[in-house]
Design a binder for this molecule. Sequence first.
Ligand SMILES: NC(=O)C1=CN([C@@H]2O[C@H](COP(=O)(O)OP(=O)(O)OC[C@H]3O[C@@H](n4cnc5c(N)ncnc54)[C@H](O)[C@@H]3O)[C@@H](O)[C@H]2O)C=CC1
Ligand SMILES: NCC(=O)COP(=O)(O)O
Length: 339
Amino acid sequence: MAAAAPLLPLAVSLGDPAGVGPELFVHAWAQRGEAGLAPFFVAGGSQVLHEAAQGCGLPVPIIAISDPAEAIDAFAHGLPVLGAEGCGWHPGAPDADGAHLALDSLTRAAGLARDGVAGAIVTGPIAKSHLARIGFTQPGQTEFVADACGVAHSDAVMMLAGPSLRTVPLTVHCPLADVPGLISRALIENKARIVARALIRDFGISQPRIAIAGLNPHAGEDGRMGSEDREVIAPAIAALQAEGLAVTGPHPADALFAPHARAGFDVALCMYHDQALIPIKALDFDEGVNVTLGLPIVRTSPDHGTAFAIAGKGLAHPGATIAALRMAGACAARRQGTV
Ligand SMILES: NC(=O)C1=CN([C@@H]2O[C@H](COP(=O)(O)OP(=O)(O)OC[C@H]3O[C@@H](n4cnc5c(N)ncnc54)[C@H](O)[C@@H]3O)[C@@H](O)[C@H]2O)C=CC1
Ligand SMILES: NCC(=O)COP(=O)(O)O
């Protein structure tokens, strides 16, 4: 498979070293040729990666580099790692040392992408609750990377993308009970505009077709099953249409992901986390990518989490990690004008 080639290597953050992240990045490097991956390096964690490669029975040399630029040549010979060794590999046993390594890796990888010495950041999965115990204050890595880039959280938009569809949760890591109060015209219109710009710039879709889901059953059934669809979502859609955006809805969410419906849009904007993530994980779990739109840098991640229960057991599928690396390379190449 021919790779889109950005000029700069991709910076990878390790994720929680007790999760599936380290073994998946090792597998991704081993499959770099057939998967068409652009050169990448991991920020820290060389001991974890070395032990993970051994644990997987993969001959993956770990190559210490002192500058991201060295990753381009080193990548052909081994998995380049920039910076500190960190702790050892203890799959399935998260602890504070591992959380510190994950946060340090994320901080450095984000900084390198922001400073223009890495072409993108690809984040390994973290457990938000474990990192919170050592001082991680953001709801997730999306907001962390937004902060690193000086972008308001409201302008950093999570999109899940797989071979079958793309979805955007308009509200993300919040209690379901808070969702109706958080849905506003301003939220829908702002995120729809960011999504449209990003699909044009990073994905080469010249006129993105955006379907917007309703909140309530049957998109409210003319107000009989909730008022938000009629009073908030529909006016936002009308305003976006008046700007010339190809927006439709509010669509009853239950039928929005049927095959014939999916053929009619490039992205679905959903009202809450599970409305967006359930269809992606049902259809595309092993190739699903979480990509942050609206940033000055490219950021992707596999769509799954740390999966502590299967870490180190040879059960974790590398497909989503490979897809995240491939998408980061393609978006970075598009931004750098090399495709
Ligand atoms: N991008 C990120 O950093 C994400 C982090 N998380 C974090 O991960 C932790 C665990 O969350 P869960 O809801 O349990 O989700 P999870 O994705 O870790 O696990 C859900 C299910 O999918 C399986 N699974 C996950 N990745 C897999 C892979 N590559 N191959 C095969 N099976 C796989 C797991 O074994 C489990 O059965 C939480 O602390 C959460 O905050 C969750 C989602 C994304
Ligand atoms: N459910 C998606 C998720 O948890 C990923 O969040 P983020 O860490 O990428 O912000």
